[in-house]
Design a protein around this ligand. Sequence first.
Ligand code: EPU
Length: 421
Amino acid sequence: MDRIVVRPSGPLAGAVRVSGAKNSALKLMAACLLAEGRSVLRNVPRIVDVRIMGELLGVMGLRVDALEPGGAELAISTPADLVPEAPLELVQKMRASIVVLGPLLARTGAARVGLPGGDDFGPRPIDMHLRGLEAMGATFELRGGYVTGRAPGGLHGADIAFEFPSVGATENVCMAAVLARGTTVIDNAAREPEIVDLCTFLVSLGARIEGIGTPRLVVHGVTPADLRPAEHTVVPDRVEAATYLAAVGLTGGRVTVVDARAGHMEMLLRKLTDMGMAVDPCPGGITAEHHGRLRAVDISTLPYPGVATDYKPLLTAMLSLADGSSIVTENLFAGRFRYVEELLRMGAHIRTDAHHAVIRGVERLSGAPVRAHDIRAGAALVVAGLVAEGETVISEARHLDRGYEDLVGKLRALGADITRA
Ligand code: EPU
C-alpha cells in the first residue's frame, strides 16, 4: 500500500474537514511531559507521526490512551518520575522528537536525546535549541549519535534572542522556561499558529506566558507544583487546508474546507487570490472556487505570517500550470526543491538555482511514476496528478501517512479519481 494512483479528476465539489495540525499536536504531546497527571488532547490527527510521538512518550514512562477508536482524542498520563531518554531509532523516524529536550531538562535536570540527522530537504541543525537552553544553565555533550543535556541545579531564566525565528527552538526554549527559576525573554520568537496553540496549552497547564503570538515571549517560571493537567483541542491544520485549496485551484470547482482558519493563512489566501481563485472565509471554514487557468505569481517563503515553506510544493505544482512565469524563492530550507525533479517528469518547466525556482507555466502535465520524498512533496504530486493526463503513480506514499489523515479518502469524497494501491 505504498503507492497512490491519481487520474485526471473533473471539478472538485463538496465539503472536506481538516484535521488537527500535525505540527501542533506533536508539540502539545511533548508539553505533557511538564505536568504530572492526565491531560486530554482533542482533534488529534490520526497520523503516523502522532503514533511515533506516543511511542516516544511511552519510553519516557507516560501512558497514551486513545479515548475513541482511531484516537482523535488522546489521554496522556504523566508520572512523577520520567525516564529522560529519547532513543535514536524513534528520533530518526521523526525529527520533531527533538522538542522533548526542553521539557525533559526542565522536569528532570537531564535529558539524553537521539540527534536527528538531515532529511530530504537539507541539513536540519539544532544549534539554536542548544544555545537557548545553554543560556538557561544547561550543558550539552554530543556523543554516539546522542545529545546529552544536564542542568543539575535546574534551569534559570535568561534573555534569549534568536538569530532566526526557529519554530522548534522557540518551542523547546519556551517549554523549558515554564519550569525555570525566574523569567525568560525570547526575542525573535517564532509565532506560527501552532506555537500560539502550544503556548495556550502551556498556560492552561499553569504556565505564565506573556506576548503569545508576538515575536517576544516572556515566560515567568513556575514550580512543578503549580502545574496541573489540562484539556485542549488541537488547532486545525493550515497545511492540510492549503492542500484542498491547491487541489481546487488546479481542478476547478467549488469546495468548502471546513474548520480551515482564514486568519491563519492570510498571506496564502492573498496569493491564491492573485492567482485568480476565489477564496472566502465562510462560517466554520473557507470556501474556494476556481474556473479556468491560474495566473502566474512570484512567491517567497518566510516565517509566519509570511507564506509558509510547507505550502511551497503545493504552490509550485499550481504555478507549473499557470499562465505565465513565476519565481518561487525558498528562504527557510535551502535544499527544499527535490520534488521539482518529480514535477519535471510530469512535464513541468521549472529551473532551480540555489534557493530560487523559475517556473514557466505549461498547458498540461502528463501522469508519470513519481516519488514522494517527504510529506509536502507527496501532497504536491497528488494535486498535480489530479490534472495530469493519464495516470500518476506516486511511490513512497508512506510519507503522506506521516502528516495527512486519509488524504486519499478525503479527496475522493470531493470527486477526485485517486486510490491507494
Ligand atoms: N535552524 C537552524 N538551527 C536551529 C534550528 C533551525 O539553523 O537550531 C534553521 C533550519 O535549518 C531551517 C530554519 O532554521 O533552515 C527553520 O527551521 P525551524 O526550526 O523553524 O523548523 P522546524 O522546527 O525544524 C517546523 C516544522 C516544519 C516547517 C518548519 C518551518 C514541525 C515538526 N516541523 O520545523 O514542518 O517546515 O517548522 O515552518 O513543526 C512538515 O510539517 O512537513 C515540516 C517540515
